[in-house]
Design a protein around this ligand. Structure first.
Ligand code: FES
Ligand SMILES: [Fe+2]
Length: 407
């Protein structure tokens, strides 16, 4: 059985064991030790801009609804689970509704989670308190620059502390446009048969660009007449370990795949790259859902936003050149290769550039862009959470207090 002590045998400073991508017990432990403990991104305010707007999402494998209260405009994050017999009460990706009515026996909840009615209520005894039977709220919700995060843990760092050195880069994304940004244009979605960490790692892995995406960059060279010098690029570009599992890749010039001058990973599963916000949902140990939300500039012309979308689609879109390369080479082939378990051959390297890292006065670790700084940053946070001894902390499997009805 995996626990906070024996998990250490799967991770070293220079390599991670292949089982962390394939072992179901390790996946379950990740869901409780990481996704139920840290802050997880659940949506952007622009997706629920109006009173009564909602979207469904997940934290780890918990289905949730993010709503904007019809009366107060407050943002709520509630478990998508009927208090009667556990059916999900909302199946739509997004919409606007004052109420969620469970389709099984008809219990009805307002969009702040309160239970407002059920058919044939006289069947319940005097002890039954409707005020205590609302949809369960997640213990903590925080909003940073319009990005909504939730934590299933009642304790732990504040959202600001968790975001730490990643904050100025989130500020940058939002300040791209004086009127702000919107993530309400829909999303590209895909599912792959592989572990969620492969997608997160791949969000900052410039080492693979000139190999996996060679055909794309060859085509770009033909189109623009400019050839990318990858050796020079890797000398000039930097990757930074921002702490708490977050990392940053600073681009040198325009690779032709988007608008942001950096890729940013916000641990555990949020990314900013190109012109998109990327959200990775673990489904099971070998299934992952990915959502790419194009970042639209509020108040910008239709042409400007359309140009951003076209550039995004060219590399990341369903008929683009980039995502398909990554899906086959970076995920399918890795999952296939992980089945080969020869003695001493079960470790995946994350050591590249370890000896040329530099640390500044803030503790930010930097090396060049072909180095595996980002993977090391990810696995430092992974290890910290996976090995945290929570035997004295009653957060795991904690009973959340029932939602109390509004006065
Ligand atoms: S499961 Fe929702 S009303 Fe019965
Ligand atoms: Fe890629």
């Amino acid at each position: 059985m995996i626990n906070s002590e024996n998990i250490t045998q799967y991770i070293k400073d220079t390599a991670v064991h292949g089982d962390i991508y394939t072992d179901e017990e390790i996946f379950k432990q990740e869901m409780t030790s990481i996704f139920e403990k840290t802050w997880v991104y659940v949506g952007h305010e622009s997706e629920i801009a109006n009173s009564g707007d909602y979207k469904t999402t997940v934290i780890g494998t918990h289905p949730l609804i993010v709503t904007r209260d019809s009366d107060t405009d407050e943002v709520h994050v509630v478990f998508n689970r009927c208090r009667h017999r556990a059916a999900t009460v909302c199946q739509q990706e997004k919409g606007n509704a004052n109420y969620f009515r469970c389709a099984y026996h008809g219990w009805t909840y307002s969009n702040n989670g309160d239970l407002t009615g059920m058919p044939f209520q006289d069947g319940y005894g005097e002890e039954f308190d409707r005020c205590k039977m609302g949809l369960i709220k997640v213990p903590r919700v925080g909003i940073y620059q319009g990005f909504i995060f939730a934590s299933l843990s009642e304790e732990g760092p504040t959202l600001e502390e968790h975001l730490g050195n990643a904050r100025p880069y989130i500020d940058y994304v939002v300040n791209t446009c004086p009127e702000g940004i919107s993530l309400n244009a829909g999303a590209h979605k895909y599912r792959f048969d592989g572990n969620w960490k492969l997608q997160v790692e791949n969000t900052i892995d410039p080492y693979h660009l000139s190999v996996t995406h060679r055909s794309f960059f060859n085509l770009m060279s033909k189109k623009t007449g400019k050839k990318i010098n990858f050796s020079k690029m890797h000398k000039n570009e930097k990757i930074r370990d921002l702490g708490n599992g977050h990392s940053l890749y600073e681009l040198d010039g325009d690779l032709g795949i988007g608008a942001l001058p950096f890729n940013l990973i916000v641990f555990p599963n949020l990314g900013f790259l190109g012109s998109q916000v990327r959200v990775t949902w673990p489904v099971s140990v070998n299934k992952t859902n990915v959502f790419l939300y194009p970042i639209m500039l509020k108040g910008a012309s239709v042409e400007e936003n359309a140009a951003r979308l076209r550039k995004h689609e060219g590399f990341y879109g369903p008929a683009g050149f980039g995502t398909v390369d990554d899906l086959e080479v970076g995920f399918d082939r890795v999952m296939e290769g992980l089945n080969a378990k020869g003695k001493d051959g079960e470790w995946l390297e994350i050591s590249r550039g370890l000896e040329r890292e530099e640390v500044d006065e803030k503790g930010i670790i930097t090396a060049t862009s072909s180095d595996e700084v980002s993977a090391r940053a990810l696995y430092k946070a992974w290890k910290k959470l996976m090995t945290a001894d929570d035997s004295n902390v009653e957060t795991r499997g904690k009973k959340h207090e029932p939602t109390v009805g509004r006065p």
